[in-house]
Design a protein. Structure first.
Length: 244
């Protein structure tokens, strides 16, 4: 029998799922579900932000592109959060390039409508402020991680973080993807993934990675993976597993 695929819901995003029913009802008429294909550029630096997005299973990276063409990912957004609101409080201009790293779906709402709801819905405003604090703490931890920890440890953390966000052991992550996420050479990622496969922690396939031993990846991941999970679990209504 063919499996029926469930249609995405707004509550597939954990922030929207955590809203008080009356707050979600207030937003719902203006929320729409959109498909985010891999590689889609939602905003370039300086673009006017028009929508706030709440990812479901998609992951979107915020990338800083330097004048010489080099780039580095400075933040990423999945079903635990939102983007297109915090960075648009005053100027409404995108900080950098917002690129879909892992394809999927998201709910989106016009920025003006979201800002209006923030002004009038106190519990919604508190939830978004809590997420803002968690995101700032994550950025602080990630900056330290990029300067100190090895590419292999960071690679393990990114694989696990992606697994948490998409809830699948088969991840559409290529060597080029991970090199872009981590800001390292592709050859460095190839060596790291080869080591992980030799240890039996992952299996590589064309266009993706299969997690074979999550516990083993957690042992090799840098401390930042666990710390960031704990920060989000402390500040936001995350699933109980995120606190472990």
């Amino acid at each position: 029998m063919a499996q029926v695929q469930r249609l995405p819901r707004h509550q597939d995003n954990w922030l929207l799922a955590a809203l008080e029913p009356e707050d979600l009802a207030h937003l719902e008429p203006d929320l729409e579900v959109v498909i985010l294909p891999k590689g889609t550029i939602l905003y370039e630096a300086g673009d006017t932000i028009r929508y706030t997005y709440f990812p479901h299973d998609a992951i979107v990276g915020l990338i800083n592109v330097m004048e010489d063409g080099q780039f580095v990912e400075v933040a990423s957004f999945g079903r635990e959060g939102l983007f297109g609101l915090i960075s648009a409080i005053v100027s409404r201009e995108a900080f950098g390039r917002y690129k879909v790293q892992v394809p999927g779906t998201a709910s989106r709402i016009a920025l003006d409508r979201m800002q209006q709801a923030m002004r009038t819905r106190a519990t919604l405003r508190r939830l978004v402020l809590s997420y803002s604090e968690a995101l700032l703490a994550q950025t602080f931890q990630t900056a330290s991680c990029n300067a100190i920890h090895t590419a292999e440890a960071r690679c393990c953390s990114w694989i696990l973080n992606t697994r948490d966000r998409v809830d699948e052991d088969v991840l559409p992550l290529t060597h080029a993807d991970l090199a872009e996420f981590l800001g390292v050479q592709r050859s460095t990622i190839s060596i790291a993934l080869g080591t992980l496969q030799t240890r039996g922690l992952i299996t590589q396939q064309r266009g993706g990675i299969i997690i074979a031993d999550r516990a083993g990846l957690e042992e090799l991941a840098c401390e930042c993976y666990g710390k960031i999970r704990q920060i989000f679990a402390r500040l936001l209504p995350m699933p109980p597993s995120w606190a472990s």
